[in-house]
Design a protein around this ligand. Structure first.
Ligand code: ACO
Length: 435
């Protein structure tokens, strides 16, 4: 047990009565007061397993990285509220905080930023790697494959020093891999990183510069991207993070574990929702008045439409990240000027849903993906790159969770149980008697 949790007194334990015998299960309390039933000896003592599809009630680990209170709409990294991190820190500060547990001093930040900056280049052979893939490949699997391929370039991925190098390489190279995958998809030459630029400006430069003309990054765009990445940086044991932990629990190296996290994030019910939100808003924009119709469709159980960017497994109130992004959306779009049609539709959908019994009774509110796509679009990021943007932002969280798991004194390979529902033992019939 980590020092952050406390074992509660035996008076508060949970008693299970099974086959006339009673079993005591201890309770543990986290630092924010949430209480968990420790069932680690359940099978050994009773022969029973638990059944929890989707893990809605299962705490898979103890973690000191991120705290969420979904009822109250609270999100904190290492104790700091997301609202404060969003205005007082930049993305590299937050990376450092997640990875090392404390906000950096000036010297620590400058050393960290310098180390990250000097690992941004890719091995030249990566050019051939991208060249071997179809031009219209979605950049998400391209990034997952490229991150897995990093293992082949850095084969010394184990040991504390090597792990530290892998952490720096991943944070540094991920934007370069993402920008290269985009350049490949549009048939333009890749642009080398520029060490004079900060993390976010460098990414925008590699995305939009060409060898033919100068390209200057708008500082407001870099700031907006920095905010998005801070908000995405960690979100405790979600689908992709649990995937990273699960893969890493077999002692697979960091690159392999992160690659699997990228694949998990791609799905439309997880990080892929930001792409789906823009596609939904664009399709509504093509038919006047259809925001109302779309909300009706999203409620209809015979229709496959869902209000993308709405609902969350943990948040049963407004996602605090969506609150920050809604304001950022308005700021960015008013600075850029021009047509705000998609934002207008998003706000109309939100208004309709928040006053509709279906959404209210199910506690469905906008999640982080509802407004992020509108900002990415305003920054000129192509829609199929939205989930890649999310992956770059989530990277420090995945790494911090992977490091925490590997250093946990209770470290064990992840291996859930099941309730078998298939055929009981039977004999194999000769082929002519089957069917
Ligand atoms: N539109 C319409 N109905 C919805 C929506 C939605 N967006 N989300 C949930 N519901 C309904 C369900 O149909 C269900 O109704 P029922 O009780 O009548 O059967 C009820 O609300 C509960 O929904 P579940 O799917 O059981 O909730 P779960 O916690 O399993 O799923 C999820 C959460 C996947 C996020 C879901 O709300 C969803 O599909 N949202 C749209 C996709 C999305 O925005 N994903 C991004 C999540 S944030 C992230 O991963 C970064």
């Amino acid at each position: 047990m980590t020092p952050e949790t406390t074992l509660m007194s035996a008076r508060d334990s949970v008693q299970l009565v099974y086959q006339g015998k009673s079993f005591q299960m201890p309770l543990v309390r986290g630092t924010e007061g949430e209480v968990g039933v420790d069932i680690s000896k359940l099978r050994q003592e009773t022969g029973l397993v638990t059944l929890d599809p989707g893990y809605g009630n299962t705490g898979s680990c103890q973690s000191s990285i991120t705290f969420i209170d979904g009822e109250k709409g609270i999100l904190r990294y290492r104790g700091y509220p997301i609202e404060e991190l969003a205005v007082q820190c930049d993305f590299l500060d937050v990376c450092y905080l997640l990875l090392y547990g404390e906000l950096p001093t000036k010297d620590q930040l400058s050393k960290f930023a310098n180390e990250v900056t000097h690992h941004t280049m890719l091995h030249e052979n990566f050019g051939r790697f991208f060249g071997a893939l179809p031009k219209d490949a979605h950049p998400m699997p391209v990034c997952a494959a490229a991150v897995a391929a990093l293992t082949t370039f850095y084969q010394d991925a184990e040991g504390e020093d090597s792990i530290h190098q892998s952490v720096l390489r991943l944070i540094a190279k991920m934007p370069t891999l993402a920008a290269y995958s985009y350049k490949h998809s549009i048939g333009q030459p890749s642009i080398y990183p520029r060490n004079a630029l900060d993390y976010c400006s460098n990414f925008l430069y590699m995305m939009f510069a060409t060898p033919c003309e100068e390209y200057f990054v708008d500082p407001m765009f870099a700031k907006a991207l920095d905010l998005l990445w801070i908000l995405h940086a960690d979100h405790e044991q979600n689908c992709s993070t649990s995937t990273v932990r699960m893969v890493g629990s077999s002692k697979a190296n960091l690159y392999a574990s992160i690659s699997s996290g990228i694949s998990a994030l791609w799905g439309p019910l997880h990080g892929g929702a930001n792409q789906q939100v823009i596609e939904m808003l664009e399709s509504i924009a093509m038919t006047e008045g259809s925001a109302d119709k779309f909300v009706q469709r999203a409620k209809d159980k015979n229709d496959t439409a869902r209000l993308m960017g709405f609902g969350h497994r943990v948040y049963k109130s407004y996602d605090p990240r969506a609150k920050i992004l809604k304001k950022a959306c308005t700021d960015v779009l008013s600075r850029i000027g021009g047509n705000n049609q998609l934002l207008d539709i998003a706000m109309r959908l939100e208004e309709l849903a928040l006053h509709d019994e279906y959404f209210v009774s199910r506690k469905l509110y906008p999640n982080v993906d509802f407004y992020s796509g509108v900002i990415y679009k305003a920054l000129g990021i192509p829609v199929n790159m939205f989930t890649v943007m999310f992956a770059i932002g989530r990277l420090p969280g995945w790494i911090a969770q992977w490091l925490e798991m590997r250093r946990d004194p209770q470290f064990r390979i992840g291996r859930p149980r099941q309730l078998y529902t298939g055929a009981t033992q039977r004999a194999i019939l000769p082929i002519e008697k089957r069917g």
